[in-house]
Ligand binder design. Structure first.
Ligand SMILES: [Zn+2]
Length: 416
């Protein structure tokens, strides 16, 4: 069987065994995730790869290189899914890693250093509310209090309990023990389905990722004006929270237009935007409004400049309209920049192999960011996928997966 036939067989079996109509469910540290880990583990056993687990139950499948002490190449992604999610988000990356190792073994090719495929646990935030739990545990980066404090959303039981249930070692993790050391990893590459429509719209199978966007998140923005009568109050005496908020939203969108015109990576969303339902009414001028903002870019300076600009504009609108716009605090997740040398190798290979490809930034977060922040050179390959992700309808064609696998194999051989 070819490496693509084997991948197809795992996809089919995994879909069948973790089915939860209308999609699949693979909870972090749950049955579905274990089944997925088992299926890729079977391939590793058939290839006589070395198999290991860390304290958190992340699985490592290693093709030994000629120099066992040289920093290793890692390929990885996660095997959990959202509830009723799609079959490919995360899993496609691990399965592509196994397909690539299958191909390298078939070619009788021995790498200069170990190549390890890592099947990562607990990436989907819906189960444990902390980003990249699995990969951060591998590096000993999760704060020790989190193991008892973080509860799985469906069971209400702690992360420590779920780790111990599967026979792994929460005590070692609480003591801060790391399994991975960034200095011993030459590079990390994560293949993943694209979670937006860019490749589908462009008619291309594969993208080379430029970086993972960082974000500013504002959860508690408020506009305070004055409630008053919709008919009786002359315009000059109104302090309308809705019109002030709308002007602010317009400022934000104009700012985005300017970023686009300048060719700067930027997206923003006001996902919540509402008056107070216990006080608002059709015949009342609104006295208060709350909203959220999620602003993302590949450049953290752009994010921080945007914050300063928005606060200035909030102040201006507040004064002009006699309201108070308070943006409150934000959280700042730093962007994860992909390694330029690795990107150049990928670019070379798509040209050599004649694979139609484009460059894309990743709007969503990935375990890759954990490795990048630990100083490991990282890269990502996106595979075309219709209908987004985190839903049962995500669609990846096996032909596109095959093109991306061809690129991954060439990339690994080029690294030596
Ligand atoms: Zn994912």
């Amino acid at each position: 069987m070819s490496e693509i036939d084997i991948a197809q067989k795992i996809f089919d079996e995994m879909r069948e065994k973790t089915a939860d109509p209308p999609g699949v469910t693979r909870k972090s540290f749950g049955d579905g995730e274990n089944i997925a880990h088992g299926l890729v583990g079977d391939v590793a056993r058939n290839l006589n790869l070395e198999i290991a687990h860390d304290y958190a139950g992340n699985q490592y499948m290693t093709l030994p290189g000629t120099d066992r002490d040289a920093p290793s190449i890692m390929i990885g992604s996660h095997m959990d899914s959202v509830p009723h999610g799609g079959n490919y988000d995360g899993a496609a990356g691990v399965i592509m890693g196994m397909a690539a190792l299958h191909r390298l073994c078939g070619d009788g090719w021995t790498p200069a250093q170990d190549i390890t495929v890592m099947a990562i646990r607990a990436e989907e935030l819906v189960w444990f509310p902390t980003p990249y739990a699995g990969s951060r545990m591998a590096f000993g980066l999760l704060p020790s209090g989190d193991y008892d404090e973080l509860k799985r959303s469906d069971t209400g039981r702690s992360l420590a309990d779920h780790i111990n249930d599967l026979g792994f070692d929460a005590d070692a993790l609480k003591a801060g023990k790391a399994y991975l050391d960034g200095a011993k990893i030459r590079c990390y590459i994560e293949p993943h389905i694209e979670q937006g429509p860019a490749l589908f719209e462009a008619g291309l199978p594969v993208a080379i990722v430029t970086g993972i966007r960082g974000n500013l998140r504002y959860r508690f923005c408020r506009v305070d004006g004055t409630y008053s009568h919709a008919g009786a109050v002359p315009r000059a005496f109104r302090h309308d929270a809705v019109f002030a908020a709308v002007e602010f939203a317009r400022v934000l969108e104009e700012h985005w237009n300017q970023r686009d015109a300048d060719g700067v990576d930027f997206v923003c969303t006001m996902g919540e935007f509402h008056t107070n339902p216990t006080h608002h009414a059709m015949t009342k001028i609104s006295g208060e409004l709350s909203f959220t903002m999620d602003i993302r870019s590949l450049d953290n300076d752009v994010l921080l400049e945007t914050d300063a600009y928005l606060r200035e504009q909030a102040e201006r609108i507040s004064q002009e309209r006699g309201v108070t716009i308070d943006l409150g605090d934000f959280t700042n997740a730093k962007p994860g920049i992909m390694d330029p040398d690795l990107r150049a190798i990928l670019q070379d290979q798509v040209e050599k192999l004649d694979i139609p490809a484009m460059n894309l930034s990743s709007g969503a977060g990935h375990d890759c960011a954990t490795f990048a922040n630990e100083g490991v050179p990282t890269a990502m390959i996106f595979i075309r996928n219709d209908k987004g992700s985190h839903n049962a309808d995500e669609t990846m064609e096996i032909e596109d997966f095959a093109e991306a696998t061809r690129l991954l194999v060439a990339f690994l051989k080029e690294l030596g």
